[in-house]
Design a protein around this ligand. Structure first.
Ligand SMILES: *Cc1c(COP(=O)(O)O)cnc(C)c1O
Length: 469
């Protein structure tokens, strides 16, 4: 499999190179040159397979040429064995023909584990083969950091540095990061806000002299391997409810358009998905586009669903590329204009085409809490605020009651107790069994000034399993 840039002006790469690359050097994002397409018979034949075996069939075409079948199978088996539920991604029924896909049984209780557990293992495999080491540098406002740390915990060849804003992440989120103790894990609390952290990461990718030649890898949602891993659970869930003999619909709480883009790919690979619902919080740039063809930057509004608090959606460019007949020059022009004006609209017929598949809704905090309360009263299930946004949008935007509707359950409610307590007074979600001691675990973290030199010095002093690069 070869990968090309959405801006059409960077060299094509194979899977191994894309995994290590991050952004394309023309500023674009990598996508497969040709998407694999499965027949209905093939999809049907996967019915009943354990998650890791299904994952092998779905992802094999994407990694072909970079890893042997035997190695890939073994990595997948190890990856999904760490999930705390036998089904890995179980479905929970909420109502007639309506389900939540529970993607929060991984080590950090959010769907990001599906991709980052795999990414860490794939990275280590490729680096071993190349006899190289790498440094991961990332910024987090919550879920990504802990999932990346857990994913890299056992990597031999990777040192991971995660910046978070000091005293501005929730206690559960902080402890999930800082209680992962290993020579190659480095938590840095920055005396600043999330944007400061993100700026330092960006600037470090632009000037890598402080790394003394060690490779720098990105683990944010623009990394292709993350999207690829997320395609699998769409197949897994759809097979459980009768696909491919029948169509299914998905509602996806989304911020950076990563998770829902994976659903769009699943459909283009042959899975009969007849509706995809983009569910946003008040930070609704994606809803503005889907509902009115207006993609423009607005101010950031903090909400009860912080993992979707974004101003622009980094993966949206991948959809734009397909919307424009995969013409990289057109996409580059659009993105240049967007950079200059903060606004973007596409030609009417392209937008109408996209709307055949996608619907959208922006859900505010009040509606989020009302949905948590309603679902709890009706079923006894506690939803996290992100999942509740998906359920609310699913119910509002559903096209057909005859088509099974599956909302992606992106996080465990215990990660967001504030919203849960607001919605159901007196109710505190309990930590799952494998995490009951979270609040007693030792923490390790370094507080640094909001100063890029301090951060880069720290990385070069500790980037080789705690020793200097
Ligand atoms: C990251 C995250 C999202 C948003 O995912 P995208 O891929 O950015 O759309 C939604 N919910 C939770 C709990 C998350 O951690």
């Amino acid at each position: 499999m070869r990968y090309i840039s959405t801006r059409g002006n960077a060299p094509a790469l194979n899977f191994e190179e894309v995994l290590l690359a991050g952004l394309a050097n023309d500023g674009g994002l990598y996508v497969p040159e040709n998407l694999p397409r499965f027949t209905l018979e093939q999809i049907q034949s996967w019915n009943g397979l354990p998650y890791h075996e299904l994952a092998f069939h779905v992802m094999r075409p994407f990694v072909e040429g970079s890893i042997s079948d035997a190695d890939f199978k073994q990595i997948l088996e190890e990856t999904y064995a760490v999930f705390a539920h036998a089904a890995v991604a179980p479905l929970r029924q909420l109502d007639s023909n309506e389900w939540v896909l529970e993607l929060f049984h991984g080590p950090t209780l959010a769907f990001k584990d599906f991709a980052l557990q795999l990414l860490g293992r794939l990275l280590d495999h490729m680096l071993t083969k190349r006899n190289e080491r790498a440094v991961i540098l990332g910024a987090t406002s919550g879920d990504t950091g802990s999932a990346a740390i857990e994913g890299c915990r056992r990597c031999e060849n990777v040192d991971i540095f995660i910046l978070h804003p000091h005293n501005r992440v929730s206690e559960v989120q902080r402890r999930q990061m800082t209680s992962a103790i290993s020579d190659n894990i480095h938590n840095i609390a920055i005396e600043g806000n999330f944007d400061d952290c993100q700026e330092m990461v960006k600037a470090s990718f632009a000037d890598q002299a402080f790394l003394k030649g060690t490779r720098l890898v990105a683990v944010n949602s623009i990394n292709w391997a993350r999207i690829m891993a997320q395609v699998v659970y769409y197949f897994h869930a759809a097979l459980q409810v009768g696909a491919p003999a029948r169509s299914v619909a998905f509602s996806v709480p989304t911020g950076n358009f990563g998770d829902i883009f994976a659903g769009y790919l699943a459909r283009n690979m042959g899975l009969p998905i007849n509706q995809l619902i983009v569910a946003t919080n008040r930070n609704d740039i994606l809803h503005r586009f889907m509902s009115g063809n207006q993609y423009f930057k607005d101010t950031l509004h903090p909400t009860l669903s912080p993992s979707m608090d974004i101003m622009v959606s980094s993966n949206f460019e991948r959809l734009l590329f397909d919307m424009h007949g995969r013409n990289g020059a057109l996409v580059a022009q659009l993105m240049d204009d967007f950079k200059a004006t903060g606004k973007l609209a596409v030609e009417e017929d392209r937008w109408i085409e996209v709307r055949k598949l996608f619907d959208s809704l922006a859900v505010n905090d009040e509606q989020t809490c009302a949905t948590i309360a309603q679902v709890y009263a009706q079923t006894g299930e506690l939803l996290d605020p992100h999942t509740a946004i998906g359920v609310h949008a699913a119910r509002e935007c559903r096209r057909s009651l005859a088509v099974p509707m599956i909302t992606l359950g992106t996080a465990h409610p215990v990660k967001f107790p504030e919203a849960v307590e607001k919605a159901v007074p007196g109710k505190t979600p309990a930590l799952p069994a494998h995490m009951v001691d979270l609040f007693e675990r030792e923490e390790r973290c370094t507080v640094l000034a909001n100063d890029i030199k301090a951060v880069q010095n720290f990385v070069s002093q500790h980037g080789n399993r705690g020793k200097a690069l």
